[in-house]
Structure formats: C-alpha cells, structure tokens
Design a protein around this ligand. Structure first.
Ligand code: GUN
Length: 291
C-alpha cells in the first residue's frame, strides 16, 4: 500500500483552515508566518514559493523576506531581531541551508523559541526531549509520525521503529517522537554494524540519510511500514533529472506493508506541519487554547 502524503497533507490543511477561522473569530488574531530566504538556491526558492501559497490557502498571513547571498550574519541577526519584536509575526522560518559565511547555529539561536516554527531552537528541542507541553516540534518528524499512524492507527505501542540517520533536523527528533508513542527505538547511522540486519527488525523503518535508493527490499521485514524522508535529485538513464528517496521504492514496495512515495510522501506533510506550528505559535501568543 502507498501512503498518500499529498492527501494526508490536504486533510490536515483543511482542518487547520477551520481552526484559523475559529482563532480569528475568537481573538481577532490572524496567524502570520515570515520566511527568510538568503541567496538564490533554486531548490530553496521552490520550497519557499510552496510554503507561501499554502500559508495563504489556510487563511494565514504569509510574508517573505529575500536577502542577497552577500548578506552578512550581523544583517541577518538584525532582521531577526525586528521580526522577534513584531507582534504580527507568530512564526519565523529561516530557510536552510544558509550561505557558508553565516553560522547556522547562531541564526537558529536568535529566533525566540515562541516563534521558532521549525522547532530547531535548543529550548524547543529540550522541551521535546523532556516531553514538556508547549514545545514547537520539528515539522518533518511530526509528518513522519502522522504518516505512520495513517497506516497503523493511533496506537504505535510496542512497535520497533528503526531510524536511519541522526541529524538534528530529522533523525534525533523523530526518534524521540516515536519513543513518546511507546515504540522501541533504534537509531542507526553510518557507523552501524550490519545496517541491513538492523533494518530488518523494524516494524516502522524511517530513512533519513540523503543517499539515493539506499534501502533495498532485502533490508525490509515483510509487512513493515516504510517512511522515506529522502529527497535526492538523480539523473536517469534518459538523461533527465528526477527525484528519488532514500528507499528503492520499486523493490521495497513489493515487501513493505506500506510505503511513502517520493515525491508526494513526507514532503507535503512537512509544510502542513509548519502551518500547524504557526497556528500553535499564534494561539500561544494570546494564551487561547481552542480545540
Ligand atoms: N530546508 C530544507 N528543509 C528545511 C526545513 O524544514 N526548515 C528550514 N528552515 N529549512 C529547510
């Protein structure tokens, strides 16, 4: 079975649009998301355009700040300082990767945790780790759990989740989320011994390594749920570029119980979860807890 991320994301956005209306009626607040893009990386421009369109579709205010590649770290910090203070802005996202002369860690630390809709600030990762309420949780990891639940139902207790990859953006936070769902969690990575054997134990296998089609059919337990976070551009035999995940989709599809496609799997859910975080940030700003 293919898990349809586009459809799941559309359903989530429909649900968010209703909640945005409810917040507007109750408080007069319209959630606002500001995306900051430094430089002109083509892939980032596509992401930013998609984010803006979907933000408006759910009834939120979308702002984009485009800065030239030569922007200094200090200029970006100053820009963030004014966004931190702007009461119309509930969520701030600085598109990564940043140009090499800017220290990403310093930029992430500058955004106040309350507006950190990426969930990358140490305060939010600490809250996630501690299981505290009120954390803004990284978007791709949230999307992975929602897609796994779409196939397996809400109760993931006792399932063995194997995560390949240990990045701060995906691998580490998604491991914590599956742990909170009462899964047994294994984090595998480039130094793991006999990775295929570790993966074969997984009821839920999450691939987040950035290596095109690395996970093969023999690595997957029959019936497992496979969540593919990879987005890799490769050149096909006909010379055209195409997007593939970290999972060999054709081979694994025949063994897995369910699998997310690339594109159309985790990607759309990431943006929908960004909007969810923006709504959470806006609600928190007025301490209104609507259901
Ligand atoms: N670049 C690719 N994915 C992401 C993301 O989730 N957040 C940010 N800020 N930049 C990205």
């Amino acid at each position: 079975m293919i898990i349809d991320g586009k459809q799941a994301a559309q359903q989530l956005r429909n649900n968010l649009a209703e909640k945005v209306q409810a917040l507007k009626s109750a408080s007069g607040i319209t959630p606002g998301l500001t995306v900051v893009l430094v430089g002109d990386d083509p892939a980032s421009q596509v992401y930013v355009r998609n984010k803006a369109k979907q933000t408006q579709e759910v009834g939120m205010i979308s702002n984009e700040i485009r800065l030239p590649e030569c922007t200094s770290q200090q200029e970006l910090l100053t820009q963030l300082e004014s966004l931190n203070k702007d009461s119309q802005v509930h969520g701030i996202l600085v598109q990564l990767p940043l140009p090499a002369h800017i220290d990403e860690a310093a930029i992430i630390a500058k955004i106040i945790p309350e507006k950190d809709v990426d969930g990358f600030h140490a305060m939010n990762s600490g809250r996630l780790l501690n299981g505290e309420a009120g954390a803004l949780i990284p978007c791709t990891p949230q999307g992975c759990v929602l897609l796994a639940k779409r196939h397996l139902g809400d109760d993931l207790s006792g399932k063995h989740a194997v995560i390949i990859g240990r990045s701060n953006i995906v691998g580490k936070p998604v491991s914590i989320l599956f742990l909170q769902e009462n899964c047994t969690v294994t984090i595998a990575h480039s130094r793991t011994v006999d990775l295929p054997a570790v993966c074969r134990q997984a009821d839920i296998l999450v691939a987040a390594v950035g290596r095109p089609e690395m996970v093969k059919a023999e690595w997957v337990k029959p019936g497992a749920t496979v969540i593919d976070v990879g987005i890799n551009r490769v050149v096909a035999a006909d010379g055209k570029g195409r997007l593939v995940g970290d999972v060999d989709f054709k081979g694994v599809e025949t063994v897995a119980g369910a699998i997310t496609p690339v594109p159309g799997g985790v990607g759309p859910m990431t943006i929908a979860c960004l909007l969810k975080n923006t709504l959470t940030a806006a609600r928190n700003s007025c301490s209104l807890k609507l259901s």
